[in-house]
Design a protein around this ligand. Sequence first.
Ligand code: NAD
Length: 506
Amino acid sequence: MDDSRLQDVSEAGKRAIASISDVPQYIDGNFVDSESKEKFENISPFTNTVINQVASGEETDINKAVKAARKAFNGEWGNLKLKERLNYIYRIADLIDEHINEIAPLESYDTGLPISQTKKMVARSAHNFRFYAEMVSSRLVGDVYQVDDDFINYTIHKPVGIAGLITPWNAPFMLETWKIAPALATGNTVVLKPAEWSPLTAHRLAEIIDKAELPDGVFNVVHGYGETAGASLVAHPDVELISFTGETTTGSEIMKNGADSLKQFSMELGGKSPIIVFDDADVERALDACTWGIFSFNGERCTANSRLYVHENIAEFFTAKLKERVNNIVVGDPMKTDTQVGPLIHTNHYENVKAYLKIAEEEGCEVISGRVPEEMTAGNFIAPTVLLQADNSMRVVQEEVFGPVIAVMTFKEEEEVIEKANDVCYGLAGYVWTKDIQRGHRVAQKVDSGMLWVNSQNVRDLRTPFGGSKHSGIGREGGHYAFEFYTEVQIIHVALGDHHIPQFGK
Ligand code: NAD
């Protein structure tokens, strides 16, 4: 490890990186090898050299983890008092806070996400646990139905059982905790299958949860490939639900593979979100939001505004400013605090994004790219890129690139831009910029997306629903919406008197 890379990193972060060792599974409260003893290499996005080896889980490891999760669910965890259960959740939050200075550097080191951005994501992760502990104690409430003087009916929420959680690499720690927190707080047990390209912080999370001393088997992590470990988790008959975040095609494959065991699915999938800028918008703020929305997280962001529709009256000005921004974005080592865009996660993904830039050229776009420092040749760097002269018929406008690449288009009329915004298979997020409040609401409501921001960048309150429409997902997580997925509602009907009962055969 080149120490000069870590000048901006805290002492705790330096120690965490210096002590990276091979990653084992975490099953039934123990850190163990895979049954097969197989491992895979974890590669640095910045140097493309091997960071460490990761235990490669398969069906037998998933079986072990599910068995442990079932035992915990039927045993100690399932029988805990609510307050005791939530105390564990608060303890996990406190431990994450204590270790932020280690987790954020590990995440940046592993994924290439700039450290200034991972710090914020990790802080959000602790909040996910605290938030769901509070939500369960205050909002996990049933309904009561009085039926004249004859009946009282009421609903209760019960944990579903074993939650299989499958997560991607683009904001690993945050997205894992986003699922684990509501799953555990509502009383389920968990088997997590993290993304194979970003194992470090999932392992750190297992260490933290181990330190929080949850009963054995409540939380398990099985590292491994999607096609083996992930697919076994999906097919397992004793896993009641799968919460998945990842690509749309993987989501559809998972639903097919889980169909035989009739699981519940929550699907957070891909996106190709529009940002619509009208000519009366606060142009500087819209530009800030547009630039941040596509180039933060290296463009590997599900809610990224990867399609810009700018009104033709301001298109020239806005595009010129966007090009200026792209040229000035600091591309560099993710471990440096001033870096704004780091290397992409993996060479395979880098090749995909590169291929899209070629396709853009072939489709007739003018491709304008910023700068990657010359010495950064070893990493998976793609310069922030603007695609001009794009239109909706192109693949680069229809397909998710998932890199620092924005397609720019113009429009004249409101109806026209709504039609263009909706003319993709995705419907995750959208952004509208205008000072006309009526138009803002009107357009917002007509865009097909699970989430829409007016005159705002992607700021989320944890109480609000998160999820997409069309091919961007099924169901909503976030706030009390997560309860619909992580709990089973039971209705209890109680007779208060002697109501009529037919007397067959009397
Ligand atoms: P991916 O679909 O390749 O992998 C996601 C996870 O699924 C990984 O853990 C992988 O191992 C696993 N997996 C792969 N094949 C599997 C199978 N057959 N059975 C079970 N598990 C399997 O996605 P990715 O490349 O890691 O992540 C990027 C994608 O995630 C992008 O499309 C992005 O838009 C999406 N994403 C969506 C959201 C959202 O909330 N909507 C958030 C973040 C990322």
